[in-house]
Design a protein around this ligand. Structure first.
Ligand code: GYE
Length: 337
């Protein structure tokens, strides 16, 4: 009887301990599941890391461009490391080198200038880090150093601006050109394509051409000097971007002339402030150059990270529209930058 009791007690104890062990096991398993979840949380840190180096932040156009890239990267679930080149190529190259040492998964470069990129892009290639060129173009010995270029067709923008002008002035005008920063692809393209069109119109003459680096205050200063030297001759200002056109408009007004009437002003970008100037009659034409390039860039990055680049074009360019005083008022409410 005592033995029986003992055995029963033993059995119960055994059953209990089995239960306890099962419970412990369950805790352990669920603990493991928790750890896995935590690892899943960690794996969000294993989100692809993208390094992005921007040219600077000097205009609303540039700010809109940066924001578009940041927003699109966030929406795509990427960890974006951002570097501002502060208008210095050297800073940009350093930032790319640092992205390479950090072992990012891909690099996006908005290059200040076309040259100076071969060495650092070779380093990226050696480390198998793909590079996407955004907004402005590069000139490299070996095109395989980057996967693709995404941006506006800045050559076409100069063509559109020139064609608009030729028609409005009936093939005859004395033009001042305000160029963007030297060595930048939109400057080269907008300069060359404008000339490509006017070469067939010998009475369209560029009487002065100077760099104002895409900056408003610089453009104002440059324009003041040109107005002093050639004030009475100037019929048209062709500015490589809206910011410089706005600077020129201020200089023209301060010189006692009416921008948009006495001197025609043509520019590129299509910023909201340019639309305001169009509506006010101070600017005559702006060719759109859309800075909202983030979504397109991230689409390409997704393909690149998936190794799915077959058939990806080397250049992916967005087409631009022309706006003038005839259609500015109806569009101004839609401008996002
Ligand atoms: O037109 C200008 C900016 O690179 C196309 O750069 C871009 C140009 C844009 O500073 O406003």
């Amino acid at each position: 009887m005592k033995n029986l009791l003992n055995t029963t007690l033993l059995r119960r104890a055994f059953a209990l301990s089995t239960l306890a062990m099962a419970a412990v096991l369950m805790v352990l398993v669920s603990g493991c599941a928790n750890t896995d979840q935590a690892a899943g949380g960690d794996s969000s840190d294993k989100r692809p890391t993208i390094g992005f180096v921007q040219t600077g932040d000097l205009s609303d156009w540039r700010k809109a461009h940066t924001q578009s890239v940041k927003d699109a990267a966030k929406a795509a679930g990427y960890d974006l490391k951002f570097a501002d080149g502060q208008a210095k190529l050297e800073n940009q190259v350093k930032a790319v080198s640092s992205f390479i040492s950090q072992g990012v998964d891909a690099i996006i470069i908005a290059p200040l200038e076309v040259s100076g990129w071969d060495n650092v892009l070779e380093k990226a290639k050696k480390r198998n880090i793909p590079v996407l060129i955004l907004d402005r173009q590069v000139e490299v010995e070996d095109d395989s150093l980057y996967v693709t270029y995404i941006g506006a067709d800045t050559y076409n923008e100069g063509i559109l601006a020139a064609k608009w002008l030729v028609e409005k002035v009936d093939g005859k005008a004395k033009v001042v050109e305000l160029q963007g920063s030297q060595g930048a692809s939109p400057t080269i393209n907008r300069r060359d394509s404008f000339r490509e069109v006017i070469k067939d119109h010998p009475e369209i003459e560029i009487i002065a051409s100077q760099a104002a680096d895409y900056e408003l205050t610089k453009a104002k200063e440059v324009m003041e000097a040109i107005l002093k030297a050639k004030g009475d001759e100037i019929e048209v200002v062709y500015a490589h971007n809206d910011y410089m056109a706005l600077g020129a408009i201020q200089a023209i007004e301060e010189a006692g002339k009416k921008p948009g009437t006495d001197i025609m002003v043509v520019s590129i970008d299509g910023m909201k402030s340019a639309f305001e100037a169009l509506v006010a009659g101070k600017l005559n034409c702006t060719v759109e150059c859309n800075p909202l390039q983030g979504p397109k860039a991230m689409e390409a990055i997704a393909k690149i990270l998936a190794g799915n680049t077959e058939g990806m074009p080397k250049k992916q360019m967005v087409l631009d529209k022309v706006f003038d005083q005839s259609n500015a008022a109806e569009e101004i409410g839609n401008r996002q930058y």
